[in-house]
Design a protein around this ligand. Structure first.
Ligand SMILES: [Zn+2]
Length: 221
């Protein structure tokens, strides 16, 4: 763990931490992203940055509110920064050449996350990505992020498909029940796929997406 303090944080207003939010940096290089997240004028930050070689930088103390989520919603809550820990994972992202996350980087994310989850008793269904809480604006950490591998290690959830007893017309009602803002249905469907069905990002629900969502709802609620 490398200390790299950022000035960009404030008080949580007493709110406990109950979300772990994953991002990619979406910039050309790790050092460039780190500099921006530590720049007072940029007014953005995260608690941690994980480099592609597995080094972990600590920017903001966990008890403070870092500024990473922006306008976002999950399970009806809006002030995601107030209640979350944010991890920025170095990757150029969809704008600058999105590429797979190296195994050594994912190993570091896993170990860091296990500690955070234990310290704050974060429920598995609340280990999520930026695109999950802001489907209209964000695509990170994206379809290359190994959510399945993390879930196997105890970080977040991975669904077992189970055909639902509801029809495709009820998909978005159930997607909202799981936590997504469905204000833009196609964007919400894409965000669901980036997390839970990364092999095919679709705007419209299909049988596999329905079965995966049903699996999540049955497993979690
Ligand atoms: Zn992000």
């Amino acid at each position: 763990m490398i200390d790299a303090p950022s000035p960009n944080h404030d008080d949580r207003g007493g709110h406990p931490v109950d979300i772990l939010l994953m991002h990619y940096t979406g910039m050309q290089s790790g050092p460039e992203a780190l500099a921006r997240l530590r720049d007072r004028d940029a007014k953005v930050s995260a608690h941690y940055v994980v480099e592609e070689d597995g080094r972990i930088f600590h920017l903001v103390p966990e008890e403070r509110r870092a500024w990473h989520a922006g306008v976002s919603t999950w399970q009806g809550a809006n002030n995601i920064n107030q209640r979350s820990i944010g991890i920025e994972i170095v990757n150029p992202g969809h704008e600058f050449g999105y590429r797979p996350f190296p195994a050594v980087q994912m190993q570091a994310v896993k170990e860091l996350s296990l500690g955070i989850i234990a310290r704050h008793a974060i429920p598995a269904s609340r280990v999520i990505g930026h695109s999950d809480v802001a489907p209209k604006r964000k695509e990170d950490p994206g379809e290359f992020f190994d959510w399945q591998g993390l879930a196997t290690a105890g970080v977040g959830v991975w669904p077992r498909a189970k055909a639902p007893d509801w029809s495709d017309g009820a998909f978005f009602t159930h997607l909202e029940r799981y936590g997504y803002d469905i204000g833009d249905e196609a964007a919400a469907a894409r965000a669901f796929c980036r997390h839970f069905r990364p092999t095919h990002i679709a705007d419209v629900p299909d049988a596999e997406m329905m079965a995966l969502l049903n699996g999540l709802l049955i497993g979690d609620i």
